[in-house]
Structure formats: C-alpha cells, structure tokens
Design a binder for this molecule. Structure first.
Ligand SMILES: Cc1cc2nc3c(=O)[nH]c(=O)nc-3n(C[C@H](O)[C@H](O)[C@H](O)COP(=O)(O)OP(=O)(O)OC[C@H]3O[C@@H](n4cnc5c(N)ncnc54)[C@H](O)[C@@H]3O)c2cc1C
Length: 425
C-alpha cells in the first residue's frame, strides 16, 4: 500500500525536526525521513541566534538582524519567524534550557576556553556564565583530553572574563578505560556506581568530591566537562553541590556531545507526542515530479526503493557537513532534488587565501523565495510544493556568525508552518 502523508520532511536535524513539529501542530499528517544521525551530536548544545555580524560581537541578535544581507536566511523569513522558532524551542525544552528572560546574548565559556555569545543554554551550563564576576575552578579529567582545564582557564583569563579562573586536571574516579566513551562515565554518575579507588571503594559521586575538594581554595563555583550524567544530571549536580558547598556547572563539549544528544532527545519526544511518523536509516535518493510539483520521494534500502507520497515537502538535509550540499571537481550540488546551488565556476574562488578568512564556500547552499521555496538558476521556483530549511540554505556562514541552530529553528518553523498550512488547503 502506498505511504501517503500531508507533509514529508527530509532530514532529521534541528531544522527538519522543527519543521515536522510545526507542520504537525498545524494539523497536518507528517512524515520525517532521515538517513543518518544529525549534527546535533557534534554540536555544543548551545542555541545561537547571532553571535557575530561582520566579525563584530553582537550584544542583541534582534538589533543586528536588519544589518544582515538581503540574501541571509534570517532576512528571508523575518524577525517574527526567528522569535517564533525560539518560542517553539522554549516550549519543547522547558526547564532544560535557560535564556528566555532576555533578547541579549549570554556569554558561555567553551571547552576551548573561548567565550561564546549564545541565545539559549542548557540549565546544566547556567551557573557558569562567563559574564558573572565569580571566582571559578575548572576541573578536567585526564582521560578526557578534549578538555584541558588549566589551558582553558588561561585562555579565559587572557580573554578578560571577570572573576579569577583556575584550572586543574584530576583522574576520573574508578577503573574506566582511558578511551571509554563519555557516556560510560556519565552513566556511572547517573547510577552512582561503586568504584575502586586507592584503599577501597566508594560511590563515584563521593569519590569525585574527594578528588576535587583539595583544589577548591576560594572558588565560588566549579565547572566540569559536560559529562555529569545522562539521565540524572540534575541529581548528580545537586549531590556535588551539597557536598562541595558551591555552585556546580558544566562546560559544553565537542563530539560526542551529551548536551547535543539531550537536545535531540527532547525534540524526538515532542515529535512522538505530536504524532509525527519517523522513518530513519535510509537516504532519500530519488523523486517523482510533474506539473511543477513533487509527487513522491523514494528512500533506498539495499537497492530497494520505498516511495513516500505527500502534498508538501520540506528539504532539511543539512549543509556541507551533513552532505545536504555536496561538492566535487565539477561543482556544488544539492543531491536530492538537484536544486540550483549558486557558486563560482572557478574553484579557486571558493576559498579565501587565509585559513581563517572569509571563505565563500561556507555560504554555499540553495537560494529561496520569501516562502522558502528553492529557486532555479533563472530565479523561478524549482517546485511549488518544496520548501527548504536549515543549513541546506545558502547565504549564511553559521560557524563564523554563530547562527547555526537559530537559522534551523527560524527557517524550520517557517517552512513547517507554510507546508502544514498549504497541505490543509
Ligand atoms: C561541529 C558542529 C558544532 C556546532 N555547534 C553549534 C553551536 O555551538 N551552536 C549552534 O547554534 N549551532 C551549532 N552547530 C549547528 C547545528 O548543530 C546544526 O548543524 C544546524 O542547526 C543545522 O541543522 P540541520 O538540521 O540543517 O542539518 P543537520 O544537523 O546536518 O541534519 C541533516 C539531516 O539530514 C539527513 N540527510 C541528509 N541527506 C539525506 C537524504 N538524502 N535522505 C534522508 N536524510 C538525509 C542527515 O542524515 C541529518 O539527519 C554546530 C554544527 C556542527 C557541525
């Protein structure tokens, strides 16, 4: 029997999940097709709207949005869509995130010792805001080389954050293999497992307190890498806070990021609650269209195509990292619908000479009309019932701007609302 839905979203990252959720809340029957894991597990779990514009630090993203180029995704959808996307995010994440009280960016210390301007940050991170003038101790684990606490503390001091910051590296208690995944130590803290230490054994939370308490000095708060529990992180932090007598916070980490994974889980739960059907594990490889409309897309499972029919489609397959945009010697392509991706013919014009320069390739992606419908080379819409959202869109360098999740939320929300409303007509 043919699989029929009102709206079919392709891509299970933040943009696709937002679009699917918004379309479902519009009353549409929604299917979400996703090939692999999204970039959320690589991401910090912070939700940036706009941290930098023209290389300058942005204090309030909403003040800076009008200064962005006309072709920027935020300018396509408008301020209201950015607020609506954030509001959906707040609704999904509830108490797990902070930052709703102000439009201004918060400043969060990263595991590299830089300060990140961001709009929403996990509650686990909140007591560590870099803007607060409090004496801080950062604690790294010798088994977790991605976070060098003394070096991060030096960088933060050099960056001029208020309040003295010190860093120390300790051994994570217990006999975990040096290369064991961060989820292993997080789960040990969740369950407060008994671990072997010198002269005996004790619960891991108590052992961790023992390992750090001699380093506290006059610290008013203590920051650990974001591995303090997976399911029970609040309970873990409460236990450490009451034993140490100061605030405990976590520092966002790179992959595999427990904060990014936690965010993904919250959205997946919201999708299930909204009745969105998720089909994962196989890529969309082809489609059928006639009369300027997509009729169906097909996933490929070991050479066997499975078609999915819908009235409206949303393309949210990610950018160059997620392979929603791909390049080879011939040029830059959008592989699912072959939407037009503007780019210079000469490959040497894709890059800046400076490694940290302004690289044009970072802005490559599909261009869209005000309804987020991809445009062809002549400026006409590719298909009447196809919209695009997230980092498959061109016109923004999300890594330089610090705008990745914000663009996904704003454009995912706008595309999902428009697709849901169109399907209802
Ligand atoms: C290393 C890293 C760090 C980041 N840090 C931050 C940060 O600190 N703050 C911030 O705000 N943002 C950050 N971001 C950006 C953010 O996490 C997302 O990358 C961004 O929101 C884009 O999401 P997306 O949904 O457009 O794409 P993606 O997350 O790339 O998701 C695309 C999805 O589409 C699927 N897909 C692709 N092709 C197909 C196909 N043919 N068929 C079916 N499915 C397909 C993929 O498998 C994937 O599930 C970071 C990103 C990266 C990569």
């Amino acid at each position: 029997m043919a699989i029929e839905d009102d709206v079919c979203v392709i891509g299970g990252g933040l943009a696709g999940m937002t679009a699917a959720l918004r379309a479902a809340r519009e009353g549409a029957r929604v299917r979400l097709l996703s090939h692999k894991k999204s970039t959320l597990r690589h991401a910090s779990g912070l939700v940036d709207i706009l941290g930098y514009a023209d290389g300058e630090l942005v204090a309030d993203p909403f003040d800076a949005l009008p200064s962005l180029p006309e072709t920027h995704p935020y300018r396509r959808v408008g301020d209201d869509a950015v607020r609506a996307g954030l509001s959906l995010f707040d609704d999904v994440t509830g108490d797990a995130y902070r930052g709703t009280h102000t439009d201004a960016n918060a400043l969060v210390a990263t595991h590299g010792g830089t300060v990140k301007p961001t709009a929403r940050y996990p509650t686990r991170v909140a007591p560590g805001l870099a803007s607060q003038d409090r004496k801080t101790l950062l604690v790294g684990f010798d088994s977790l080389t991605a976070f060098d606490a003394p070096l991060a503390a030096d960088h933060l001091a050099a960056a001029g954050v208020p309040g003295a910051t010190r860093g120390v590296t300790v051994a994570f208690p217990g006999d975990f293999r040096a290369d064991s995944r961060v989820t292993r130590s997080a789960r040990a803290l969740d369950d407060d497992e008994t671990v072997e230490i010198a002269n005996g054994s004790m619960p891991v939370r108590r052992a961790l307190v023992r390992a750090v308490e001699s380093h506290l000095g006059d610290a008013e708060r203590i920051g650990f890498p974001a591995v303090l529990g997976e399911e029970e992180s609040q309970e873990v932090r409460n236990a450490l806070e009451s034993a140490l007598g100061i605030d405990v916070f976590e520092v966002p980490m790179g992959p595999p990021s427990l904060l990014g994974l936690g965010l993904e889980t919250l959205f997946q739960e919201a999708l299930a609650e909204a009745g969105v059907r998720r089909t994962t594990g196989n890529p969309v490889v082809e489609f059928d269209a006639d009369d300027g409309r997509i009729r169906s897309v097909s996933t490929d499972r070991n050479g066997r195509p499975t078609p999915f029919h819908a009235d409206e489609f949303v393309l949210a397959t990610g950018g160059l990292v997620g392979k929603g945009i791909d390049s080879d010697r011939e040029g830059v392509v959008e592989p699912v619908f072959d939407c037009h991706v503007p780019h210079p013919d000469d490959r040497y014009e894709w890059f800046d000479d400076e490694a940290f320069g302004d690289h044009p390739f970072a802005r490559f992606g599909v261009t869209v009309d005000d309804d987020l419908r991809p445009l062809d080379a002549a400026g006409g819409t590719e298909y009447d019932n196809l919209r695009a959202a997230g980092s498959v869109l061109g016109g923004a360098d999300f890594a330089a701007e610090k705008s990745g999740s914000g663009i996904s939320l704003a454009t995912g929300h706008a595309a999902g609302r428009a697709a849901g409303a169109a399907a209802n007509q």
